[in-house]
Design a protein around this ligand. Structure first.
Ligand SMILES: NC(=O)c1ccc[n+]([C@@H]2O[C@H](COP(=O)([O-])OP(=O)(O)OC[C@H]3O[C@@H](n4cnc5c(N)ncnc54)[C@H](OP(=O)(O)O)[C@@H]3O)[C@@H](O)[C@H]2O)c1
Length: 323
């Protein structure tokens, strides 16, 4: 079967699809025929340097999520042909992941889905919507009367978060560094789309003089020093992303947050069937269409990584496997 194998840091255009041995089922694991997968910045970081770390299996098939059909359910609850999504739990790091025609994955990180979505649309969902859902509803405890800032909103995760936040009626402010991307933010439901520049805090204070209640921080913890000033008492900031690098050295936690506000994070490593079911219920009930930036064939994996690296997608990058 065909797969991408990483052994050391390489450039996007050096990624190659190679022939690897067929996978054999083992207890507790299932074999998935991969139909598609979304790209993630975690895979960019892996390819650029993390692959050299001791805790990464080498060589490794990258890819922290996929969608597909059960090819062999082994001793699990799955049957051949079940439509599934899989994400995280060490995929593409501790064991081989999804950049492959077939993926052998632990059954507890594979989830059955019932949906009429095609494979490309479905591939845009698992990691991105699970992380958006968890950040908003578990960590930020988002409610309809909240005023939410999504910092780094044109990322695939930011766009999904805007869509989910609007389903509970929250007011959403989204940011991009580029003026020409603000229309996209309004199209997905942002009440206010703002350019992320040195006046961002002032612009938000002009609209909400008493401040806001929640922040989904995707640019990185280092920016909290600026954005957290916007929080009202009882407000929460959730650090989920590090688009700007995520350096936290020198942050003075005593003075960083206004008194009476809260800092938390979200890590997408612990999905459950109940949460996956709820995500698909919300998507169907609110007729949400994931924002897909670009779609590539598996053979174009290097080009797809280049697009991700250059921030050109404006939505989820999806890889479609041939039938
Ligand atoms: N905690 C978790 O478990 C978890 C799970 C998934 C993802 N993440 C993280 O969430 C973030 C978003 O992931 P994604 O895959 O959705 O990203 P993505 O779609 O690749 O994001 C691309 C966008 O990010 C913005 N961006 C890039 N560099 C930036 C910078 N230096 N400062 C501000 N904005 C920048 C750009 O928007 P503009 O040019 O429009 O400003 C760009 O269009 C990443 O940091 C990722 O690692 C975390």
């Amino acid at each position: 079967m065909k797969a991408v194998l990483l052994e050391k840091p390489i450039k996007a255009n050096e990624m190659k699809i190679v022939e690897v041995p067929k996978l054999k089922i083992r207890p507790g694991w299932v074999l998935i025929k991969v139909k598609g997968f979304g790209l993630n910045r975690a895979e960019l970081i892996l390819r650029n340097h993390e692959i050299a770390a001791d805790y990464i299996q080498k060589p490794v098939v990258p890819g922290i999520e996929c969608v597909g059909e059960i090819h062999d359910g082994g001793d699990s609850r799955f049957n051949k042909g079940d439509k599934v999504v899989a994400l995280m739990g060490g995929m593409g790091r501790s064991f081989n992941g999804s950049y492959s025609e077939y993926a052998l994955l632990p059954a507890h990180h594979v989830f059955k889905v019932e949906t009429a979505m095609d494979w490309v649309e479905l591939a845009a969902i698992p990691e991105t919507f699970y992380t958006a859902y968890g950040s908003l509803f578990e960590s930020l405890q988002l409610k309809g009367d909240d005023i939410l800032l999504v910092h780094g909103a044109t990322s695939a995760l930011g766009l999904a978060a805007i869509q989910l936040a609007k389903t509970v009626g929250a007011t959403v402010i989204g940011t991009s560094r580029k003026e020409e991307r603000l229309d996209l933010l309004r199209e997905v439901g942002c009440d206010h789309a703002l350019v992320d520049d040195e006046n961002l805090v002032a612009k938000i204070k002009d609209i909400y003089s008493k401040g806001i209640t929640k922040i989904l921080e995707l640019v990185g913890a280092h920016t909290i020093a600026k954005t957290a000033q916007l929080l009202r008492i009882g407000g929460i900031v959730c650090v989920t992303g590090k688009l700007g690098g995520g350096q936290t050295n020198g942050l003075d936690l005593i003075r960083l947050l206004p008194n009476g506000t809260y800092l938390c994070g979200f890590y997408s490593n612990y999905p459950t069937q109940a949460v996956i079911d709820d995500i698909f219920r919300i998507i169907e009930q609110h007729n949400i269409k994931p924002v897909i930036g670009r779609v590539f064939d598996f053979e174009q994996i290097g080009e797809a990584h280049e697009v991700m690296e250059n921030n050109q997608a404006q939505g989820k990058i999806v890889i479609r496997m041939s039938e």
